[in-house]
Design a protein around this ligand. Structure first.
Ligand code: COD
Ligand code: ZN
Length: 382
């Protein structure tokens, strides 16, 4: 594949490069030449070096979660700043950066509040597929192409708002740290910030994908005494055990509902349950797996658009709680670069989450790997 066409004076020029276009849901991505516009004020153009393929990208391609198409998907990206728009001060060309699906403007009432991370400028909950000024930076075959959550990382070059770009340590290994854009903080933060798992506690994790296993790592690091892993794909069990799961359950092989089995195993229910699949039935199963009085259920997965949660309200009355967690409640730009530094300093090791690496051109193979195999995270290399 030829190199992207790029002149040395790039900041005001259009770059023509390769990108994977999702023209419609339920169809393979198409690798095509796209034109990437220069960054406008407050924007950053990034040369992507690696991108993880997240369950969210799969949900979107499977048509479960609606975003405007045609689009360039991908939100778990690591790259190098190629050029910056007017007024950008936090990064400069040559900096190593991560892209974040949740921005942090550091000005709105949510960013200024000590808790939470839902910047008022986030685009995940109701994605427009456009930049904040309502326009797109991508064109393919004369057609404007939407972005994903203001990121779009399945492309050699992308344009992201400065408020969704985090400068990381110059020593960061770029083939590994892309998973710090989403999977690692989403999982770790669900444990450390949302649930606040305590030493000696019991936990159950529904869904042992890249994010679920980051939850498992967080539970183990918090000193949980028992971590029950639930998945319908038993190929996930050996890596889950290696990362700290003590008991594995496949709901399809059980004679009774999985929540009943979890309650029996733990004498009434776990202290902390995590739903990391994106399915309303498993959210309710996770909630029912919690201890009646002090059980905390954290919903990490995003269930299909237009689905509805339904459960007996008596489940919540006796002091169980149900909480949501997105990007692990981390204020992205302030907190995630520090996680990268901790990783570089070997305070934790998330490399086992990356089971596969493929060249970007093989992105459709990477999606296939996520369907029922033993792949946890496949990282695309550009
Ligand atoms: N019962 C048990 N396990 C199941 C079931 C089921 N009914 N269905 C699927 N699973 C298992 C799969 O076998 C797989 O092992 C696992 O669940 C899901 O793993 P992945 O690899 O497909 O997904 P992840 O780990 O990359 O992502 C999971 C999320 C739940 C985070 C993601 O899909 C999601 O919903 N994201 C949206 C919310 C969010 O945080 N967005 C911010 C940016 S991602
Ligand atoms: Zn993600």
């Amino acid at each position: 594949m030829e190199q992207a066409e790029i002149s040395t004076e790039t900041s005001s020029t259009v770059i023509t490069c390769w990108a994977a276009i999702a023209w419609t849901a339920n169809a393979p991505l198409s690798i095509e030449k796209v034109e990437v516009d220069p960054p406008k004020p407050g924007e950053v153009r990034i040369k992507i070096i690696s991108s993880g393929l997240c369950g969210t990208d799969k949900h979107i391609l499977d048509g479960k979660n609606k975003v405007p198409l045609p689009a360039i998907l991908g939100h778990e990206g690591a790259g190098i700043v190629e050029s910056i728009g007017e007024g950008v001060t936090s990064v400069k060309p040559g900096d190593k950066v991560l892209t974040f699906p949740i921005p942090e403007c550091k000005e709105c009432q949510f960013c200024l509040h000590p808790k939470g991370n839902m910047c008022l400028k986030e685009k995940v909950l109701s994605p427009t597929g456009l930049m904040l000024d309502g326009t797109s930076r991508f064109t393919c075959r004369g057609r404007k192409i939407y972005n994903l959550f203001g990121t779009s990382t399945f492309t050699e070059y992308t344009v992201v708002h400065e408020i969704a770009v985090g400068k990381i340590d110059a020593a960061a290994p770029m083939d590994k740290v892309c998973i710090m854009s989403c999977a690692v903080p989403t999982g770790f933060g669900a444990v450390f910030n949302t649930a606040r798992v305590t030493p000696g506690s019991t936990c159950v994790v529904f869904g042992l994908g890249g994010v679920g296993l980051a939850v498992v790592m967080g539970c183990k690091a918090s000193g949980a005494s028992r971590i029950i892993g639930v998945d319908i794909n038993e190929k996930k069990f050996p890596p889950a055990r290696a990362l700290g799961v003590t008991d594995c359950l496949n709901p399809r092989n059980l004679k009774k509902p999985v929540q009943e089995v979890v309650k029996e195993m733990t004498g009434g229910g776990v202290d902390f349950a995590f739903e990391v699949i994106g399915n309303t039935d498993t959210v309710v199963a996770a909630l029912e797996s919690c201890h009646m009085s002090y059980g905390v259920c954290v919903m990490v997965g995003e269930s299909p658009s237009n689905s509805r949660l339904s459960f007996d309200p008596i489940l919540l009355l006796p002091e169980r709680s149900l909480k949501g967690s997105i990007m692990g409640e981390y204020k992205t730009r302030s907190c995630i670069p520090k996680l990268v530094t901790d990783y570089i300093q070997k305070k934790f090791n998330t490399d086992p989450l990356i089971t596969h690496q493929l060249p970007f051109q093989k992105i459709n193979e990477a999606f296939e790997l996520l369907h029922g195999g033993y792949c946890i995270r496949c990282v695309l290399l550009f």
